[in-house]
Design a protein. Sequence first.
Length: 323
Amino acid sequence: MPDPNSVRVAVTGGAGFIGSHTVEMLVAAKAKVLVIDDNSHPCGEPLPHEAEIVSADCGSEAAAKALIAFKPDVVLHLASKGGVQRAARDPGEHVKISLASTVGLFDAAVRAGAGRIVTASSGGTIYGEGAKLPAREIHKPAPLSAYGAAKRSEEIYMAALGLRHGISTLALRYGNVYGPRQDGTGEAGVIAITCYRLLERAAPRVFGDGGQTRDFIYVTDAAAANVAAVFGRVTGETNIGTGRETSINAVVKRLVAESGRHTKSEFVPAREFEVRRVCLNPARAHRYLHWKARVSINAGLAATWSWFRKRHSAQRAAPLGLP
Ligand SMILES: NC(=O)c1ccc[n+]([C@@H]2O[C@H](COP(=O)([O-])OP(=O)(O)OC[C@H]3O[C@@H](n4cnc5c(N)ncnc54)[C@H](O)[C@@H]3O)[C@@H](O)[C@H]2O)c1
């Protein structure tokens, strides 16, 4: 592993949910960090003062100039707009606002002399239905959704640039990342949304029968995988998951218990383009990055609930001038 003190890392989307945790860990590891974020969906947590911050679209000329000035060794690409549902509503727009910026960023990274690019992909959507579970990276990607197809395209563009310019590239295929700082008011992130609804005294909302499963990964585990990938050298794709699947009903039940409320879920029709089961084999991540998930689902849910509850109380108290 190279000496972190001398590694210069540009992180796109560094103001977001996964990005903010990752930037904190990189700074703690003494890497020099440049954050490029257009602030379209920041998590609200202040970034460490050691990080340099440029407010720009990652595919813009301003971002390209910032990269040339910063001279990154590694570019970690976490910027992205919207999830499965938003991309499905307007796939063409998704290509413009996410994939096009991504490809521009990869090109700018190469021009700025980066020797490594790491990108956030999606193990939850890239394999589609039918993979033998837990899914391994050798399973042929068969995304069902526009979001998954765009993530697979990002992987392909990045690998092509890597081959052409002789730089190392790694795609991280995350499971469902959850934890403190996730936005509970959007349409993605069932754990954050359920915490938010419970605190607002609304019933948890479940799409379909709730028997669908996901590989939930706690955000500090995902951030640790990002850091290991930044400091690593291996090229290719790797799952970032736990190898365990948990149903939506089980997650909701646990959060309801954490909340101490007695409430039933509200079941609404299943959403299109969502796969039934997700479970990612983590063996390659262990081999490539010496990484494995450390936080169990129950510990992660308890920590997430506690964070949402404290933040909710603080937000309630603020207008009243309470400490
Ligand atoms: N959260 C998950 O469960 C999950 C699962 C699989 C993959 N991912 C991927 O991981 C990455 C990070 O996800 P997240 O959950 O932290 O999302 P997020 O929305 O919290 O963070 C994304 C950040 O990128 C910024 N951003 C968006 N478009 C940008 C652009 N064009 N240029 C510069 N900045 C831009 C936003 O302002 C935000 O700060 C994304 O690529 C996402 O698709 C997330």
